[in-house]
Design a binder for this molecule. Structure first.
Ligand code: NIG
Ligand code: FE
Length: 421
């Protein structure tokens, strides 16, 4: 049979399957379903077969054959939580934090998220696209083939729509597929200090309808809220998310990053696709989460970037039967890191995941956390051919080694889009 692409001689072909058309949950996390000396067959950008090289090389004639040469072949990383679209940087604040200031102190003094909001409001769409493109290029080089991208540095209707326009342009022009999330409730902008409910009204009554009028498929678009002391209260978060749900959007929430406000319970109650951060989550909410379909998205780059001690209680979430995914949270304030390999390394050390668990959390489970589990995140027949060839024969080197890039070849929809020199 004639096909477009045949990848042969993977030392380990990591298929990382979905479980019952869903994420790998609880103690079943870490099922890589490895095919040794494996091959992958691609036609029309889609995976059409996979199996031992000896069988498939005889069965298919391909336009292009790539000999993986005894290296690991795996699905592209999926990064399900990013603030990758922004202008400027906050290197000055990092310097202040080294000297002892906390993240929330800087934010409450008008810096933090608001300083990126000022830079983003004054940037043109072209500038936002150009600055973000450089980061997406690095993400791609490090193996990310699909990413979520949030607004949230505009905090006024037109500036939020400008961020959305930048996300749409980058999705169209860049090999990385972007899944958009509206985060108008990222911070209370300075001009609304002391009038937090009035800003919540603006999000509910003006921004959400403005977004809804532009989005054709609301179910594959997400609305997120930063539920935190100094950002949005539980009551304000509920108002925004209930309205978003009425408009047909999927829901995400930043919960329990610093203070536990009950956001995890709220996310589960409203059927959010994910609750994100999940660091200070109390045990009863971990139990609720474990029994729900809501995915816990852990962002270990954030406590690491803030030099904090506490990380997501991943073992407890898995013991409760929960579904866990990993993401970078890339943003200019808490963690500017483009690499899901780095996130896997942090997850092995601070979340106590095995390398296999980290890889499943960063691929198939991450895909489900953005509603794309049916089409990406694993090397299964019928899925989009988003594939990495890694510069190692043993998957256990990913997460064990860190700080260097082990990605050799990045394939998106069956086409090579990045090749390490
Ligand atoms: O997920 N927590 C809120 N948002 C980001 C930080 C954004 C920023 O500081 O610019 C986060 O850590
Ligand atoms: Fe975030």
């Amino acid at each position: 049979m004639h096909v477009d692409l045949l990848i042969t001689h993977a030392s380990q072909l990591l298929t990382i399957p979905a479980h019952e058309h869903g994420p790998q949950r609880g103690d079943r996390l870490g099922d890589l379903s490895i095919i040794e000396d494996g091959a992958l067959v691609v036609s029309g950008g889609t995976i059409v077969d996979r199996g031992p090289t000896v069988d498939l090389a005889a069965k298919y004639q391909a336009d292009q054959t790539i000999d993986a040469g005894g290296r690991v072949v795996m699905p592209g990383f999926v990064d399900p939580h990013t603030h990758v679209v922004f202008a400027g940087d906050r290197a000055n604040e990092f310097e202040r934090r080294i000297a002892g200031a906390t993240y929330m102190e800087i934010m409450n003094a008008g810096g933090g998220i608001m300083s990126t909001v000022r830079a983003t409001r004054t940037a043109s769409v072209d500038e936002l696209v150009a600055q973000t493109r450089a980061r997406l290029d690095r993400m791609l080089q490090h193996g990310t083939t699909t990413a979520e991208a949030k607004t949230g540095y505009g905090l006024e209707t037109q500036a939020e729509l400008k961020m959305l326009a930048a996300i749409e342009r980058l999705d169209a022009e860049h090999p990385i597929d972007l899944v958009p999330t509206f985060l108008g409730a990222h911070a209370i902008p300075t001009e609304y200090q002391g009038r937090e409910d009035a800003y919540t009204d603006l999000v509910v009554n003006e921004m959400l309808p403005a977004i809804a009028s532009r989005i054709l498929h609301p179910a594959s678009f997400f609305v997120d809220v930063f539920c935190e002391d100094g950002a949005f209260t539980l009551t304000q978060s509920r108002r925004i998310l209930v309205r978003a749900k009425e408009l047909g959007f999927g829901l995400k929430i930043h919960v329990d990053e610093f203070e536990p406000l009950g956001g995890t319970r709220l996310g589960v109650e409203l059927g959010a696709i994910s609750v994100d951060h999940v660091v200070t989550t109390p045990p009863d909410e971990i139990e609720l989460l474990g029994r729900s379909d809501t995915i816990a998205v852990s962002l270990p780059g954030t406590p690491f970037g803030l030099a904090q001690r506490d990380y997501t209680p991943a073992r407890a979430i898995l013991a409760a039967g929960g579904a866990l995914a990993l993401a970078t949270d890339i943003n200019p304030g808490t963690t500017w890191n483009e690499s899901m390999q780095m996130i896997s390394a942090l997850a092995c050390r601070y979340l106590k995941l095995t390398q296999a668990q980290a890889l499943a959390a960063a691929t198939i489970n991450a895909a489900y956390a953005i509603g794309r589990g049916g089409s990406i995140g694993s090397l299964e027949i019928g899925k989009q051919a988003d594939v990495l060839i890694m510069d190692t024969p043993d998957y256990r080197q990913i997460g064990y080694r860190y700080g260097t890039n082990l990605v050799r070849t990045v394939i998106k929809r069956g086409r090579i889009v990045n090749q390490a020199s």
